[in-house]
Design a protein around this ligand. Structure first.
Ligand code: MEV
Length: 414
């Protein structure tokens, strides 16, 4: 059976890493070469994705190793500019082995909002009476989605003030992120809602607070795998800090989103939508952490995450961006639901790594190590030299290019 536990992956030359990923995911030569090209978005593709294109903005794409999610070994592609995130996720996933993460997601139901101004007093009742007609008009907009088992399923109606009402259309968007399908349906039913309610439809747009499209993941960290019961207690206290204090909760959730966004970006998904959804969800009852951590009777650590994840594997950049296609292939998933389950697990792992580091040695130590390794590589260190140069610079407290070059010269002379 293939394993995502790949000792020394971080020390391999890039070509070697790509080879490992290629074998793991069954990438073609062309796909592996695309990874190695470090320029995967062609000019003509970029030019049709947005307006006024003058170039591309690249991010490093890393692979988090060690993940097991719902019993599956997974390599996780993460696109992010920040050091330590990929290493921390890999490390957190390693400590969660062999059981790994258990995750599940709801059906992919998105909300479209139609704002109605000055509706009749009995507008709510009237809409309810004509619900089937409204839903079938919505479904007439997207036969393909309906054939796939998706489509508009229900309506919700709320008065927001004496003269303003909102109608939610709930749409199962299957494997899409869903904004296009939902917005088209919202616009299509708005004139009918105007006729029914006697009001005026103003905004017709998706809500990014996707409370019916939730993903959750849980994990148990054995106390001995993470440094003992003392570390378990410290992590629980670190969580309680976030649960009690909004200033900490913001940073706690930021750390979670470090992991989630990196996978969202790698797979060509809309990270602003995911961010908006995550933070709005966190704020529904006063801004709270998206994870919870507690100590089990065994003394082990139990963690859980739950958040909306509106991500797709069809349409938009997920299909157009060659790198997003490769990343989806590396994940080897078949549905958007699975993608959301993976993202939730990565978020939970990322949060664990941050809390463990913060509650023990602090995060700067890890950052410095990576920073030193980066400097060593930039100075020309290869293979084992990287560790040696980095370690020496940390010991000396001098993490600089000139010093890295000197140390490199010294060890090469020996
Ligand atoms: C840094 O990008 C993320 C952390 O600040 C998250 C946290 O504090 O939990 C380390």
């Amino acid at each position: 059976m293939k394993s995502s536990r790949i000792p020394g992956f971080y020390k391999m030359p890039i070509e070697e890493r790509v080879k490992v990923v290629k074998e793991f995911a069954g990438l073609t030569d062309e796909e592996a070469n695309m990874l190695l090209s470090f320029s995967a978005l062609p000019k003509d593709v970029a030019d049709i994705m947005i307006e006024n294109v003058v170039g591309t903005m690249q991010l490093p794409l890393g692979i988090a190793t060690n993940f097991i999610i719902n019993g599956r070994e997974l390599l996780i592609p993460m696109a992010i500019e920040e050091t330590s995130v990929v290493a921390a996720a890999s490390n957190a996933a390693k400590m969660a082995r062999p059981d790994g993460f258990k995750a599940k997601a709801t059906e992919p139901i998105m909300i479209g909002q139609i704002q109605i101004l000055n509706p009749a007093r009995d507008a709510k009742e009237k809409i309810e009476e004509q619900k089937e007609e409204i839903l079938s008009l919505a479904n007439a907009q997207d036969k393909i989605l309906v054939d796939l088992g998706g489509g508009s399923k229900d309506l919700e109606i709320r008065w927001l003030s004496n003269d303003m009402m909102v109608v939610h259309i709930l749409v199962d968007v299957r494997d899409a992120m869903g904004a296009n399908a939902v917005n088209t349906m919202a616009e299509a039913i708005a004139p009918l809602l105007e006729r029914i309610t006697g009001g005026k439809a103003l905004l017709r747009i998706i809500s990014n607070l996707a409370i019916y499209r939730l993903a959750e993941a849980e994990v148990i960290y054995k106390k001995e795998a993470i440094g003992g019961e003392e570390v378990v207690d410290k992590i629980v206290k670190a969580y309680e800090f976030a649960a009690l204090d909004v200033f900490r909760a913001a940073t706690h959730n930021k750390g979670i989103m470090n992991g989630i966004d990196a996978v969202v970006i790698a797979t060509g998904n809309d990270w602003r939508a995911v961010e908006a959804g995550a933070h709005a969800y966190a704020a529904m009852n006063g801004y709270k952490p998206l994870t919870t951590w507690s100590k089990l009777e065994s003394g082990d650590l139990y963690g859980k995450i739950k958040l909306p994840l509106a991500v797709g594997i069809v349409g938009g950049a997920t299909k157009v961006h060659p790198m997003a296609r490769i990343c989806l292939k590396i994940l080897g998933i078949k549905t958007a639901k699975e993608l959301a389950e993976i993202m939730a697990s990565v978020g939970l792992a990322q949060n664990f790594a941050a809390l463990r580091a913060l509650a023990t040695k602090g995060i700067q130590a890890g950052h410095m190590k990576l920073h030193a390794q980066n400097i060593a590589v930039m100075a020309g260190a290869k293979g084992e030299e990287i560790e040696i140069v980095a370690k020496k610079m940390i010991e000396e407290g001098k993490i600089r290019m000139d010093r890295a070059k000197e140390i490199l010269d010294e060890i090469r002379k020996k």
